[in-house]
Design a protein around this ligand. Structure first.
Ligand SMILES: *[C@@H]1O[C@H](CO)[C@@H](O)[C@H](O)[C@H]1NC(C)=O
Ligand SMILES: *[C@@H]1O[C@H](CO)[C@@H](O)[C@H](O)[C@H]1NC(C)=O
Ligand SMILES: *[C@@H]1O[C@H](CO)[C@@H](O)[C@H](O)[C@H]1NC(C)=O
Ligand SMILES: *[C@@H]1O[C@H](CO)[C@@H](O)[C@H](O)[C@H]1NC(C)=O
Ligand SMILES: *[C@@H]1O[C@H](CO)[C@@H](O)[C@H](O)[C@H]1NC(C)=O
Ligand SMILES: *[C@@H]1O[C@H](CO)[C@@H](O)[C@H](O)[C@H]1NC(C)=O
Ligand SMILES: *[C@@H]1O[C@H](CO)[C@@H](O)[C@H](O)[C@H]1NC(C)=O
Ligand SMILES: *[C@@H]1O[C@H](CO)[C@@H](O)[C@H](O)[C@H]1NC(C)=O
Ligand SMILES: *[C@@H]1O[C@H](CO)[C@@H](O)[C@H](O)[C@H]1NC(C)=O
Ligand SMILES: *[C@@H]1O[C@H](CO)[C@@H](O)[C@H](O)[C@H]1NC(C)=O
Length: 472
């Protein structure tokens, strides 16, 4: 599973830049190691490597069931299991040895293998979709790890024997009983369960394989680590959640730095022309002292005491470091209406100025950037608002930018009509919108059209955030 594909090189350079390891000629070192790589313990048991990580040195995580010697010989002070990479000609190369492990304690199943890499580079990528069984065609950068607290998420994995597959998270924190690989004594492990469809079956060689969530980041796939495979079965597998491994083992996940998406002009807001009048909203918002994506804002109309009500979009930081929030361009009546207010503890507070406004400019942009006077009332971590099962509004962390596809389900929050979801029925739409009080119509481009069914957003919801159920 050595990769020499030219496709990998741009990713490889990116990872070198990201890890700050300086100048390197990627052609010189096509020996790269990443999550999904086939490995062998003691040249006797074949497994799959999970994520690249650091515990007083670079290495990777996999399952303790890969160990050959009793407990990988980690506890007594004889030599711990040696670990080899299996190359595609079947040759093996010694790449490291077990440095830390747990099997059964805290319900965990992991080993940390310290790499002794000479000509090899560990890159924080995972194997993804593979077009044939010998050549890796996709590697996804690992940008972070994620704790999933709800079932139903689509998760993907890669096993060295049986390749790539995706399934649905079925159960969280379930206890399974697994025979200890050294003497068969039954051990309880705490894992998450994933179901999948199709003919593929995972086998023992796939154990340890990386489990992750895939995100389409404007056409580039990135991944967030979830854990590694601990047990396989018919159309399902169990994985050990990575956050437990990292905290129990004092291990740090190695991630790939992505360019910060901060250019405000790239952000397009979503608008509707039809104003369905459904006011069933739950305007009970938990944290009155905060401006968050979804909070009500008031934009002063020039030289009058009146203002437009709108909804704040996502908090953003411009490349020059200035912090603010986005909203819809047409929330700002005229370009000389800078003042923006929100209600803090029942009083209108001046929170910032609209410093950049586009209402259907030449490029079809439709947004306003509100520069905040103070960050005190702004939430530095982007959150969206979403009701939980009991209808109580909760803050959902926004983890990254995401470009959804036609047919995908997205949700939004407007400060008047609350939380509404729908399916994307058209992308890249150009539409003309009318404005009140004799202002000219404007044309916005690159919009997404979302069919929200009977519920709809209305006046005052403009500017509100749109996100996926995964918090993207
Ligand atoms: C480990 O090594 C130390 C000293 O090298 C020795 O005193 C101790 O008995 C050894 N422990 C085991 C379990 O072999
Ligand atoms: C491990 O994989 C190598 C290379 O595919 C193979 O030659 C070897 O027989 C495998 N070992 C076991 C125990 O399956
Ligand atoms: C192992 O790799 C070396 C160098 O690439 C090669 O010469 C040798 O034939 C390989 N051995 C096997 C068993 O494939
Ligand atoms: C990959 O391997 C599987 C099982 O060995 C085989 O059924 C399938 O045809 C192979 N796929 C390709 C693209 O070679
Ligand atoms: C899941 O729960 C943990 C612990 O309560 C929390 O730290 C984490 O942020 C939650 N993750 C998500 C995606 O909600
Ligand atoms: C099996 O091995 C485990 C770990 O080394 C040990 O804790 C357990 O006591 C052993 N069980 C038996 C029945 O020998
Ligand atoms: C494993 O879990 C079962 C059921 O929860 C329990 O009865 C058993 O004592 C546990 N075994 C160990 C070794 O903790
Ligand atoms: C998204 O991709 C398009 C086409 O590759 C590019 O022009 C645009 O700048 C990207 N936007 C962001 C926010 O990265
Ligand atoms: C991204 O933003 C963080 C925090 O502001 C900064 O430390 C980092 O250097 C930025 N990365 C790039 C590639 O600009
Ligand atoms: C928007 O609404 C106005 C007034 O109802 C209508 O004249 C116009 O055609 C609509 N535009 C679109 C794109 O639906």
């Amino acid at each position: 599973m050595k990769i020499s594909s030219k496709k990998i090189i741009p990713l490889f350079i990116l990872s070198l830049l990201g890890s700050g390891s300086g100048e390197k000629d990627p052609d010189e070192s096509d020996l790269v190691f990443f999550a999904g790589y086939p490995i062998s313990f003691e040249n006797q048991k074949n497994c799959t490597a999970a994520f690249i990580a650091n515990k007083q040195g670079i290495g990777f995580i996999t399952s303790a069931q890969c160990c050959v010697k009793n407990n990988c010989n980690f506890f007594p002070n004889q030599s711990a299991d040696n670990v080899y990479a299996i190359e595609d000609d079947g040759n093996v190369t010694l790449i490291g040895a077990v440095y830390d492990m747990m099997f059964g304690n805290n319900g965990l199943d992991y080993v940390f293998v310290t790499s002794i890499l000479i000509d090899w580079d560990n890159i924080p990528y995972t194997t993804g979709l593979t077009s044939d069984n010998d050549t890796i065609s996709e590697l996804y950068p690992i940008t972070s790890y994620l704790t999933l607290n709800e079932t139903g998420h689509k998760v993907c994995t890669y096993g060295a024997k049986n390749g790539y597959l995706c399934g649905l998270l079925q159960a969280i924190n379930v206890e399974i009983t697994v025979p200890n690989p050294w003497n068969g004594s039954l051990t309880n492990l705490s894992v998450n369960e994933v179901y999948f469809f199709g003919e593929k079956e995972f086998e023992n060689e796939d154990i340890g394989g990386p489990v992750y969530i895939q995100i389409d980041n404007n056409g580039t796939t990135i991944a967030q680590a979830l854990g590694h495979i601990t047990q396989t079965g018919h159309r399902h597998f169990y994985y050990t959640p990575i956050e437990k491994v990292l905290s129990a083992g004092i291990i740090e996940l190695t991630t790939s730095q992505q360019d910060n998406a901060t250019d405000v002009t790239e952000v397009k807001t979503l608008e509707w022309n039809d104003t369905l009048n459904i006011m069933d909203s739950k305007n009970k918002v938990g944290r009155p002292n905060y401006i968050y994506a979804g909070s009500r804002i008031y934009v002063q109309i020039s030289n009058t005491q009146s203002s437009f009500s709108c909804t704040a979009g996502f908090p953003v930081i411009k490349p020059n470091g200035i912090k603010g929030i986005l909203t819809a361009g047409h929330c700002v009546y005229k370009n000389n209406d800078p003042d923006v207010y929100t209600i803090v503890d029942g009083k209108l507070e001046d929170i910032g100025d609209a410093t950049k406004v586009a209402v259907g400019d030449r490029d079809g942009n439709e947004y306003a950037f509100i520069e905040l006077h103070t960050w005190i009332w702004g939430d530095p971590t982007a959150c969206a608002v979403k009701p939980d099962r009991n209808g109580i509004l909760q803050f959902v962390p926004i983890t990254s930018l995401y470009t959804p596809k036609l047919g995908e389900r997205v949700c939004g929050f407007g400060s008047f009509n609350g939380y509404i979801c729908g399916k994307i029925v058209a992308v890249d739409v150009t539409a003309e919108f009318t404005r009140s009080e004799g202002l000219p119509n404007y044309v916005a481009k690159s919009l997404y059209k979302v069919d929200t069914g009977k519920k709809g957003f209305g006046e005052g919801d403009s500017g509100g955030p749109i996100f996926t159920s995964e918090g993207l």
